[in-house]
Design a protein around this ligand. Structure first.
Ligand code: IMP
Ligand code: MG
Length: 179
């Protein structure tokens, strides 16, 4: 599996250090308030698992699933809800937890959808940000790392449902996804 990786972009140690910082910052920012983490399946599960343990205040979690890229590496701009939240977020301080913001279509759509349910507040935390790819303007409150426009896998991120278990963020060899 690691032979399919061109190079490591963010090491396991760097991920751990940054996730700890994000957890501390979120804990301070939400101190004294209810916090509701909404993770977007499946890419954010590894990040969520580490982030929630770096958050020292009481909070709840829930999951949503949106349509994915399938075997392509391009966003279609069409977002479909495959799994919705189990609980109401009305009056809650919601923090969306995402693996990566690329075109921004997914988060822009989710943000509109969740805002319509009247949360007390709605913020976004994304582990990775590919700024130069942005097509939908969406405010991101917490960003782990800004990365260049390369297709990355690992730490939850997949290509064709694989490589999620790599403990680092790596750039996939182009011949692995070129069709
Ligand atoms: P957006 O709607 O274009 O912002 O796409 C967001 C989603 O696309 C992310 O949640 C990922 O699932 C997927 N994605 C975007 N870029 C990458 C990448 O480099 N590697 C793996 N998945 C990606
Ligand atoms: Mg995703």
């Amino acid at each position: 599996m690691e032979a399919d990786i061109l190079r490591i972009l963010i090491s396991r140690e760097a991920l751990q250090a940054r996730v700890s910082e994000l957890g501390a910052q979120i804990s301070a920012d939400y101190a004294g308030r209810d916090l509701f983490l909404v993770a977007v399946l499946k890419g954010s599960v590894v990040f969520l698992a580490d982030l929630m343990r770096a958050i020292s205040i009481l909070h709840r979690i829930d999951f949503m699933a949106t349509s994915s890229y399938g075997a392509s590496t391009q966003s279609t701009g069409v977002v479909q809800i495959l799994k919705d939240l189990e609980e109401s977020i009305e009056g809650q301080n919601v923090l969306i937890v995402e693996d990566i913001i690329d075109s921004g279509h997914t988060l822009a759509y989710l943000r509109r959808l969740l805002l319509a349910r009247n949360p007390a507040s709605l913020c976004i935390c994304s582990l990775l940000d590919k700024k130069e790819r942005r097509e939908s303007d969406v405010p991101v409150d917490y960003i782990g790392f800004s990365i260049p426009n390369e297709f990355v896998v690992g730490y939850g991120l997949d290509f064709n449902e694989m490589y999620r278990n790599l403990p680092f963020i790596g750039v996939l060899k182009p011949e692995k996804y070129r069709v």
